[in-house]
Design a protein around this ligand. Sequence first.
Ligand code: AMP
Length: 186
Amino acid sequence: MIILSGVAGSGKSLQGRLLADEQGFAWISTGELLRVLVTGKQRHLMLQGELLSDAAMIEILDKVFDLIDLSNEFVLDGFPRTVGQAKWLIGQVKKDRLSVDAIFDLTAPQAIVRERLQGRGRLDDTDIAIDNRLEEYDTVTRKIMDLFKQEKMPVYEVDASQAPQLVHDSILRHVEALNITDDDQN
Ligand code: AMP
């Protein structure tokens, strides 16, 4: 499993999709999953840029992990976003259900990501929702990288303020060094 993490507007989903398409990996984006699946109150929360509860998120992802062949490489994009989610994921690794090959932390200055989000026009790209998502990243999501490093997981920081192709190239350099040899993927 390759984890893509980064603030909203860092280009995480574009990079996830590019990597998955190029390498023939599955691409599991929790944002995309939720936009398809959630209704009612949870859908409103999303549109305000608020996180869904860990319990709701883990319940969905647990089902998705049951659906796919976890022995094949795949890209996980947008999860974990809280320390609770990260602890659950680390628990799954320790139980040998999942393995982590690389964690990419896409970083970019706030001014750059804000400008990208304002130009994107998704329904949750209002000023208030953007503030919420940038704040959520600073206060909650960043701590996850500390936890991954403590657990000696392979975290790579990528400068996501660069042009998308350059970001992709630097991700790819690390992925190619992993020498993934699943039968299905060669
Ligand atoms: P994204 O497409 O990654 O920007 O996600 C869009 C929205 O989906 C977020 O602003 C959250 O409301 C929700 N979401 C996505 N992933 C998670 C997660 N791991 N935990 C909680 N909420 C999430």
